[in-house]
Design a protein around this ligand. Structure first.
Ligand SMILES: Nc1nc2c(ncn2[C@@H]2O[C@H](COP(=O)(O)OP(=O)(O)O)[C@@H](O)[C@H]2O)c(=O)[nH]1
Ligand SMILES: [Mg+2]
Length: 345
């Protein structure tokens, strides 16, 4: 077991605000831990950080697009480009292939190797796991840590499929959609929702053999976008051709990003989106904890199975099921120790 509990919260907070990679890693591992003591400390860390006055504002940018389009390659190349201009860069890569083993992350960091070893960068794979809700809460706390560490840019790489896109959209300020140069014919097929959420489209791999196709794809994409409703009235979706091998259009992209982040009303909307998600997470957190408390009692847990069966078979209503569960809990259990103490206090 990781020996975090002995570590002082202050030490951890100081490590975070000095962008110390060892402490950043520890803090994130703490957030991802399912151990009760770690969860409690992660909660304390989150409230300590959010209670502090923040001096900088990190630009949170979501990077989406299908697997293989070049998301990791782009983040590495653009990240190195930013580092050369004295910016600091953090990356959270939601990675279906990474696993947690004995508290350490086994991810394919190798693809962002040059970025991950740079002293002013921090790269962290987050296992996507099976519980999307858990990932979303963890990712949100990880981003808070990186915000308080004061990185200039925080990139979040999505897995490119499924619900994780909207979660990343809600947690970031700007959403960049990477597009394959050869997928001009598939434009009609891509999900309208995700297209509408994108603030910038980058056509990737515009080098070597793909230059001509990339141009055709760009025209088709531009045409498709003209039929879509823009996310913000203050922003027209931009399309840029790029290459992570030749750093094509990186200057223009950086200008575009700065322009986007200079529009105050857009940032207000992205904050509102984030707050809504955090509120939903808080509600879910309370619901889950309540359920955990109820079924922590063995007798109630047994009755719970029966209640579920009855509910599934339509014999009882949701309301009746909840009522029975509560009755069973109060009949069988005594309040958990920490609750009794709080009541006395
Ligand atoms: N020619 C070329 N190949 C690229 C470029 N970006 C990525 N690739 C290649 O595309 C493949 C998938 O890239 P990766 O970054 O792992 O995609 P991801 O799954 O979206 O993260 C790799 O083999 C990369 O080398 C690019 O700008 N130009
Ligand atoms: Mg990748």
């Amino acid at each position: 077991m990781l020996n975090f509990v002995k570590m002082k919260l202050d030490t951890l907070v100081q490590g975070i605000i000095h962008k110390n990679r060892r402490y950043l890693s520890r803090a994130i591992t703490l957030v991802e831990s399912t151990h009760t003591a770690h969860k409690q400390m992660a909660g304390e860390l989150n409230s300590t950080l959010t209670g502090m006055k923040k001096l900088s504002h990190s630009k949170r940018i979501g990077i989406t697009g299908p697997p293989g389009v070049g998301k990791s390659s782009f983040i590495e190349a653009f990240g190195l480009f930013l580092l050369k201009q004295n910016y600091t860069v953090a990356v959270v890569a939601i990675d279906p292939s990474s696993k947690i083993s004995h508290g350490s992350i086994l991810g394919d960091k190798v693809r962002m190797y040059n970025l991950s070893i740079h002293p002013h960068a921090f790269v962290r794979p987050v296992p996507s796991g099976s519980m999307l809700g858990g990932v979303s809460l963890n990712t949100s706390h990880i981003l808070t840590i990186l915000d308080y560490a004061g990185f200039d840019f925080i990139f979040v790489e999505t897995v490119g499929v499924g619900q994780s896109e909207t979660m990343v959209y809600d947690l970031t300020d700007m959403f960049i959609h990477l597009y394959n140069p050869l997928s001009g014919d598939e434009i009609q097929g891509i999900k309208r929702g995700i297209m509408e959420l994108s603030d910038v489209f980058l056509i990737t791999k515009c080098d070597g053999n793909f230059i001509h196709e990339a141009l055709l794809t760009e025209n088709k994409l531009r045409n498709a976008l003209s039929f879509l409703r823009p996310t913000y009235k203050e922003w027209t979706t931009k399309i840029l051709r790029t290459s992570s091998v030749e750093n094509i259009n990186f200057d223009t992209l950086l200008e575009t990003i700065h322009h986007f982040f200079s529009i105050e009303s857009i940032l207000i909307q992205s904050k509102e989106r984030r707050h809504k998600l955090l509120e939903q997470q808080a509600v879910d957190g309370i619901k889950n904890t309540l359920m955990d408390i109820l079924i922590s009692d063995e007798c109630t847990r047994k009755e719970y199975t029966e209640i579920l069966t009855n509910l599934k078979n339509g014999k009882i209503s949701d309301y009746k099921a909840a009522r029975n569960l509560l009755d069973s809990y109060f009949k069988h259990s005594i309040p958990p120790k920490d609750m009794q103490q709080n009541e006395k206090a």
